[in-house]
Ligand binder design. Structure first.
Ligand code: ADP
Ligand code: MG
Length: 701
């Protein structure tokens, strides 16, 4: 079967593969992958998309012969520094990761393991820059495009309200081709759950503050399972075993090893693995203080340490020995023990590691490595790989169509909003309570002269404060953004899909909130009678709430920290409220800045004016009474709107509502733009600043 990257054929082939996968899974669910070709699903998704064949030197990976698309990743003289002449995190690191093998990156805390993974995956944080050459199948890569590699981060940013099965089910539908039938997707999900040992907790929620959920190990395995659903060729994992007991860690790494044997390139940073876990790794990179202490086969590392004069004692776990040798914290420990009997024991010890400082040990290890055959072999392999151009690996994030993604993500998001009581339900309860308070404070407000102020105050509170309460959902927005960010980086779906699905899924809840709280107020206060006025009031409140939610989502994009986001969001809304036309009449607002443009940017002004026109126009209010005498005639509503509140009635209330609905779109577009700017503009600005600073430094010299 030949796989062509042409849409429908690809999908047909993938569908056929899934069918094979179904039979395969049914026939041998627990078969070892070592030495066997790719699974049927992988084969169809990848075969024919490339021709890279890993070297047979070193590993006995004859399965390499059958590889279709594979990822040969090399990096040479890789340096990472903090922008502005700060700390150097990685210094001249070279190496390669080849298909069919699993590499461990080890080193003490802060040695640069995560940074190495980040730079290879094109995910360096925004305040760092890198130099050096990264090649994927012989092609230069500054950053990998989203989804080329799957990356399982150290933090498990998962949707807390979904069960394991639901999560994988949604993820499969989001990313597998539409031509694969439901039943086949189900088998893929079940197989992956089995593969990661998650079948026993299939119906358990991930868990949050109000839902009891998965253990840390299970969450970690779910994060991995979500990434391996589409069988990515390149998989990075940051500390996949941290926080797991030894059995779980062994289980996870042996699963990863089997995945590697299926033709994938897997790199994982690991912290202090047990000897059983350590034995599962093919290759090893040892880092200390951002320098390379060793790169090569894991089984050759003991010889390297012996050659450097630090042989691993017979009964010691090799990984413990390596980390003991490279961890500068032991120096600190020694200095605190100074003068004690333990210190004297260390000084008289036969072990060279006890008699030398870590700085000395690390210096020797680095020097011996640079001159060793391992370094020479690595450089020649890197050179060889650089000269062999393989296929250009593009994003493999999703095979599903745009509309399928929108539909699936909307469903998932709707379900999450429903189950996460902090998203809308808690806010709805507060709205209902507030509406009851508001209704009783302005109970049957009536048509007296004082009712003018009553109605205006009531409407201003609704248009201002009720929308302001959208900050109450901010923590859920931030959680949503974290999940989006992880899935986006791994290419599960695009920004447009996220924005559309988030909008569609949230609107029903916002409408429900507007309907319930608006109705309570309307009935209790007895605002302008008539169905048309009531419908207008509900729609206006709904549009305002939708605008406020969109604004807060945009804020969550820029300020992912809860506290900063709340402050920024409430500050913006506070200003909009201030210039909305109630606290200061529109005609009295200072022209520059506050009137133009701020009052026109905010949705409060349109909401307030629309609701005022809806309520006051057509009503008549009692005259102003002084000392028991009416000193004014009865006051028509139009006079209140135009003269007392300075609102132009030339623009009708429906036009105000139209503008508000337009603003929902504008603010959602702003949300989209904020995400895009965050992704695209920031790295460019950073690169420009870096070039500018470097040029300035050179000029000063
Ligand atoms: N974005 C960053 N800005 C400044 N320093 C950083 C940044 N990322 C990492 N570092 C520093 O680089 C060192 C290595 O970090 P990291 O790669 O996370 O180490 P590891 O994963 O091995 O624990 C640490 O000292 C860390 O403080
Ligand atoms: Mg780390």
């Amino acid at each position: 079967m030949v796989f062509k990257s042409n849409g429908s054929q690809a999908d047909d082939a993938a569908a056929a593969a899934a069918r094979e996968s179904v039979q395969h899974a049914a026939a041998a669910p627990a078969a070892s992958h070592i030495g066997v070709p790719m699974s049927p699903l992988s084969e169809v998704l990848w075969r024919g998309k490339g021709f890279m064949k890993p070297s047979n030197e070193g590993h006995n990976n004859t399965y390499g012969e059958v590889l279709g698309a594979a990822a040969m990743l090399t990096w040479k003289d890789l340096c990472v520094t903090v922008v502005g002449g700060g700390q150097t995190i990685l210094q001249s690191i070279s190496g390669y990761a080849e298909p069919g093998s699993i590499m461990a990156i080890m080193g003490p805390s802060g040695s640069g393991k995560s940074t190495l993974l980040d730079v290879l995956a094109g995910r360096l944080s925004k305040n760092t820059v890198h130099s050096g050459e990264i090649l994927l199948n012989g092609h230069r890569k500054n950053t990998l495009c989203y989804g080329t590699a799957a990356y399982v981060t150290q933090s498990d940013d998962l949707i807390a309200t979904l069960t394991v099965h639901e999560y994988l089910h949604f993820s499969a539908n989001l990313r597998l081709p539409s031509s694969i039938s439901r039943a086949e997707k189900k088998v893929i999900v079940d197989t992956t759950m089995h593969e990661m040992g998650l079948h026993e907790c299939a119906n358990i929620h991930v868990g949050n503050w109000h839902l009891r959920g998965l253990s840390g190990g299970e969450k970690r395995r779910l994060s991995i399972a979500l990434e391996i659903l589409t069988r990515p060729r390149l998989l990075f994992l940051d500390e996949p075993t941290s926080g797991l007991d030894s059995a779980s860690a062994f289980f996870v790494v042996s699963t990863l090893r089997n995945l590697a044997r299926d033709g994938r390139t897997i790199m994982a940073s690991v912290h202090q693995p047990s000897s059983e876990v350590f034995e599962l790794f093919d290759d090893l990179t040892l880092l200390s203080g951002g320098r390379c202490m060793y790169f090569g086969k894991a089984t050759d590392a003991p010889q390297h340490f012996a050659a450097a004069g630090f042989p691993c004692p017979a009964l010691k776990n090799p990984s413990d020995h390596y980390l003991r040798a490279m961890n500068a914290d032991f120096d600190l420990l020694k200095s605190t023990l100074h003068g004690s009997s333990t210190y004297t024991d260390l000084e008289s010890s036969m072990d060279p590691l006890d008699r030398m400082t870590t700085k000395e040990v690390v210096g020797i290890l680095a020097e011996v490595y640079q001159k060793s055959d391992y370094a020479t072999a690595a450089m020649s392999r890197i050179q060889q790989a650089a000269e062999t151009e393989g296929m250009v690996l593009k994003s493999i994030g999703s095979h599903a169509s745009f509309f399928t993604q929108c539909w699936i993500l909307t469903q998932r998001s709707f379900m999450n909003m429903n189950r996460d009581i902090g998203y809308y339900w808690l806010r709805s309860i507060i709205y209902i309570l507030l509406s009851l308070c508001l209704g009783s404070v302005y109970w049957r407000v009536g048509f007296k002269y004082s009712s003018i102020l009553g109605r205006a105050g009531c409407i201003a509170f609704i248009a201002g404060f009720l929308t302001f309460m959208s900050i109450g959902s901010f923590s859920s927005f931030v959680e949503d953004m974290k999940v989006f960010s992880r899935e986006r980086m791994n290419g599960h779906y695009g920004v447009a899909v996220f924005v559309i699905s988030n909008t569609l899924s949230s609107l029903p809840y916002i409408f429900l909130m507007a309907l319930i709280s608006g109705s309570i107020v309307y009935v209790m206060v007895q605002l302008h009678h008539g169905i048309e006025h009531y419908i207008y009031f509900i729609l206006c409140l709904f549009a305002e709430l939708a605008c406020a939610d969109s604004l807060m989502m945009a804020v969550a994009t820029i300020c992912p920290t809860f506290l900063v986001g709340i402050l920024v969001g409430s500050c913006i809304q506070g200003i909009y409220m201030l210039v909305g036309g109630f606290f200061r009449l529109p005609k009295d607002l200072p022209r520059a800045v506050w009137h133009y443009p701020v009052s026109y940017l905010g949705f409060h002004m349109y909401g307030l004016q629309g609701m005022f026109k809806n309520d006051f126009l057509g009503l008549t209010f009692g005259s102003f009474i002084l000392n028991g005498k009416a000193i004014t005639p009865v006051i028509p509503g139009s006079y209140v709107v135009e003269n007392m509140y300075g609102i132009q009635t030339s623009r009708g209330k429906w036009a105000d509502l139209g503008v508000l609905f337009g603003m929902i779109l504008v603010y959602r577009l702003l949300f989209f733009i904020c995400i895009k700017l965050n992704e695209d503009l920031q790295p460019r600005v950073r690169a420009y600043l870096m070039r500018y600073r470097t040029a300035k430094k050179i000029n000063n010299k």
